[in-house]
Ligand binder design. Structure first.
Ligand SMILES: [Mg+2]
Length: 169
């Protein structure tokens, strides 16, 4: 049986969240998931994060878990780090110094391992969860770290209708 949902809700669990596609819905363009100017130099000057909306199920989870053990790890090749950090602070209350960036997604496992070693040296690796929407990245975490992995769709699976629209179980 899948244990990830229970592990995510264990108070001692440390969670590393990808940003694009986990803390955002990845709806950056007008007609596309990517912004129309992505893959062009002009894209560097566009703050696609200014209009991002809070994803309520993840927000509720983060509020409940507390931001002390919530971190972000994101690939950022366009120089958008400051805008991204500001967005996760504004929408989710995640401290800016909890955000880590890399130019190369393949570095993510190494970065998470070094942060865990530094900040939580005695933690059980089964109390660390790396959440990413990218299948290749999840595979790298699984192969290169002893930590648990999760895909953000797990929040959809646990949505239940209630009087306010939904709740998590
Ligand atoms: Mg992503």
């Amino acid at each position: 049986m899948n244990k990830i949902w229970d592990i995510l809700h264990d108070k001692k669990t440390v969670v590393f969240l990808d940003i694009d596609g986990v803390l955002t819905s990845y709806s950056y363009g007008e007609y596309h998931a990517h912004h129309e100017l992505d893959f062009t130099p002009e894209f560097r000057d566009i703050n696609i994060y200014a209009d991002c909306k809070r994803l309520e199920p993840i927000y509720r989870y983060i509020q409940q878990h507390g931001t002390d053990k919530i971190f972000c790890i994101s690939r950022e090749p366009h120089g958008h780090e400051a805008w991204k950090s500001e967005m996760v602070r504004k929408l989710y209350g995640i401290p800016i110094d909890h955000c880590y960036y890399t130019l190369d997604a393949s570095e993510k496992p190494k970065i998470v391992k070094s942060v865990v070693k530094k900040l939580f040296p005695d933690i059980d690796p089964r109390s660390v969860v790396c959440m990413d929407d990218n299948d290749e990245t999840l595979g790298m975490y699984m192969k290169e770290t002893p930590f648990c992995t999760a895909h953000p769709m797990i929040f959809m699976e646990h949505l239940l209708p209630d009087s306010q629209g939904f709740s998590l179980r």
